[in-house]
Design a protein around this ligand. Sequence first.
Ligand SMILES: Cc1cc2nc3c(=O)[nH]c(=O)nc-3n(C[C@H](O)[C@H](O)[C@H](O)COP(=O)(O)OP(=O)(O)OC[C@H]3O[C@@H](n4cnc5c(N)ncnc54)[C@H](O)[C@@H]3O)c2cc1C
Length: 638
Amino acid sequence: MQFHHHGYVSGDPRIQAAAGVGIDRPTDLPDEVDVLIVGSGPAGMLAAAQLSQFPGVTTRIVERRPGRLAIGQADGIQARSVETFQAFGFAERIIAEAYRITEMAFWKPDPADPSRIIRTARALDDPTGDISEFPHLIVNQARVLDYFAEFMANSPTRMSPDYGYEFRGLEVTGDGDYPVTVTLLHTAGPNEGQERIVRAKYVVGADGARSKVRESIGCTLAGDQANHAWGVMDVLAVTDFPDIRTKCAIQSGTGGSILLIPREGGHLFRMYVDLGEVDRNDNRSVRSTTIEQIIAKANDILHPYTLDVRNVAWHSVYEVGHRLTDRFDDVLPDERGTRTPRVFITGDACHTHSAKAGQGMNVSMQDGFNLAWKLGHVLEGRSPESLLSTYSAERQVVAKNLIDFDKEWSTLMAKKPEEFEDPAELENFYVSTAEFPAGFMTHYAPSALIAEPTHQDRATGFTIGKRFKSAPVVRVCDTNPLQLGHQAKADGRWRIYVFADAAGAGTAQGGTSPVVDFAEWIANSPDSPLAATPSGADRDAWFDVKVIYQQEHTSVDIGAVPEAFKPQVGPFKLTYLENVYGTDPSADIFELRGLDRNGVVVVVRPDQYVANVLPLTATAELAAFFAPLLRSGRTSAV
Ligand SMILES: Cc1cc2nc3c(=O)[nH]c(=O)nc-3n(C[C@H](O)[C@H](O)[C@H](O)COP(=O)(O)OP(=O)(O)OC[C@H]3O[C@@H](n4cnc5c(N)ncnc54)[C@H](O)[C@@H]3O)c2cc1C
């Protein structure tokens, strides 16, 4: 965390200096905004938190509830989400309050007495131990939203949700600076029941499975209707079931299964209790299943163990439907390429699936992460509007893969023990697909934002199109061993990781080597992407350039390190030294990530996905990659 460089900070350093629209941010919702986000669920809150880092952009997030979410919905946090929380600065704190999943246990009918259940298997949550350095967590969705609310309140834009506004409809007029006219209804406060018109440059629909924004752009959710119902309850109970504090898949001989999820705090747990197939003519009557019936069903399935529920924190009944929209923005298929989108949908508004794979919130947040930096770059004049057309293309594929995965998992979970050819099929599926639900199988296809893998062999461990997988290094200036990827903040900047050639660190002042030549080019060439950085802004305002030498930190003479890797920052033009690293002798990143010893450049997007891999000498290719993505900051914003 960088602070004091704009003057001494006495208080909480996580509170950033107010800037741009955050200096005199109006309390009430203004008539005109750059981005209007509808819905303060995970998708909306992450998008707002990311946009809160763009002081030149007026973003407001409206929510029909009168205040924060208090309880319910999701609790499964995948490792990819914890990596994302690291970028937003709260990974350590949420890990501290969460339940951590390390293993999963599988219980099935006892062959000797099928009326009883026995434990038949255990499976590691991260069988390779190498999926991510971050854990798989369980903590309530409301707490995740709290952390994003804190992050945006501490941001330069001093953002907070506008509660008590219900989205009713919109019209893309295409006229003027604010071409989207939105109708809202006050749902609380002195103006309750009154309509309110707001005009926006862009609208983001993060309004959940029954999205009205989706409706207003003529998008429909297609897929299979709900055909299986589950009761879910968050309870405090006394039980003799031995694995009550371990994640479990339980299948009973009497029919029905349970997914047990221990929760944070050492006592609470969640049970998804199978309520069986939903008859077509059920007409949602299954929704009236009472908590008593859910508890009774759970006790049937757990036999011979018993569950004495002492307190019910939350419960619900939901039917599983796997549905997806055909597009994630307002550009009709026959309009593709003729115009850029003005309205987007994210999260459950685009894709719905069962809760049991613990995916919805996680994937919804990544929708928000993928879209928000692009909106920030376009609205701050860093990039052309064409950037916005990549959102639907990239995220629709991910949602489709998610639904295919969830269909398989929830079908297996709903299967009766006798229907399995291979009794170990469930745990084998869990182990063999572990990387997917953890959120690491997302692989964006080549596009304006993702280069062809021409030079992939120079960095085999940083797959182009996949998220940047962190690895250990040692920071030279303070000799601290740390994770390289954890230094990347959700500040909307691109990252350029320069892995030096073998000779690099030893080259005397004025000597030359591929890394020195690259540093010279990226700092001073008019073709360098950094040349687009607005004059008057810090040199690293748009690009965070880090250098990693092959030698240990003790062999790196920081005085001899090129200026390009030691940017001057803040009003006092201080030299920032924390972008220079050596290798960690116990885990050499060049070995771990298959990096070419002649030096290689790895370009990473603000949402942490690897966009390009290039030899140190391929400066023309690097310039060509960024040219269509950048508008010089030396010209006006949108
Ligand atoms: C029982 C249950 C358990 C789940 N468990 C998990 C889990 O373990 N892991 C996981 O990843 N996912 C889980 N999910 C799914 C997860 O909760 C959703 O996928 C996730 O919340 C989607 O996020 P979202 O931001 O798209 O939508 P939501 O969280 O649904 O948020 C939408 C927001 O928009 C607001 N809104 C809606 N309409 C309007 C309007 N017209 N105007 C203004 N505001 C509006 C709503 O009040 C809400 O706050 C679970 C869901 C359920 C129901």
